[in-house]
Design a protein around this ligand. Structure first.
Ligand code: ADP
Length: 202
């Protein structure tokens, strides 16, 4: 299975990504986690990534692609992937489509998890009190939600145009969200007609 999770901060894409990976046997590839690991490793690149993340700004596309491409390439050759937080910009989406074409694979679905902004903010503030990530502060959370609305939400239309968008209400308990995603994915027929050149199709 090859999926991507498109969701604002706090919608639960990490939780759902892990569950869908366990369910399908595909690898959960969380862009934020891979970038945080790179940041923790230090060096010039690590410090640069850490600074973007702490501000709640997107890490530049080329850095993201350099970090994500090896993981996606490896997963494509095995049980597939659940991309969590990648792509997040239109240039990243184009690059991901080109990578998939090079690898000879196609994307089954782009799952858009949505929830009202006050719900997202409350969840992130709750998490802040438990985990203490550098970007889980009220002003940075506001900025991350704004970055999503301006830069990442346009990908919803991008994948809708390609006929692979699945929209799920994330303002429900985690089990219900998982069940909804699974139900929607099992409705997808492998022979479902799709437009030629639909991004991840080869
Ligand atoms: P959240 O979705 O809650 O913001 P993530 O762990 O997915 O959490 O992302 C945290 C941060 O990592 C983002 O604010 C950004 O700085 C960086 N990041 C993650 N994925 C990407 C991406 N695809 N492109 C650019 N930056 C990213």
């Amino acid at each position: 299975m090859r999926l991507l999770l498109l969701a604002p901060p706090g919608a639960g894409k990490g939780t759902q990504g892990e569950r869908l990976a366990a369910w399908s046997g595909a690898r959960h590839i969380a862009a934020g986690d891979l970038l945080r690991a790179e940041a923790k490793a230090g060096g010039l690149l690590g410090r640069e990534i850490a600074a973007y993340q702490a501000r709640g700004d997107l890490v530049p596309d080329q850095i993201v692609l350099d970090v994500l491409t090896p993981a996606v390439t490896e997963a494509a050759a095995r049980g597939g992937y659940i991309l969590d937080g990648f792509p997040r910009t239109l240039p990243q989406a184009t690059a991901a489509a080109e990578l998939a074409a090079r690898l000879g694979v196609t994307l089954d679905a782009a799952v858009y998890l949505h929830a009202p902004e006050p719900v997202l903010t409350r969840r992130l503030l709750d998490r802040a009190s438990q985990i203490g990530r550098s970007d889980d502060k009220a002003d940075v959370i506001r900025h991350r939600l704004q970055v999503f609305a301006e830069t990442t939400r346009p990908l919803v239309a991008y994948y809708a145009e390609r006929g692979i968008l699945v929209t799920v209400d994330a303002d429900q308990p985690p089990d219900s969200v998982t069940a909804d995603i699974q139900a929607r994915l099992s409705e997808l027929s492998p022979t479902r007609p799709r437009r030629h050149g639909s991004g991840f199709r080869s």
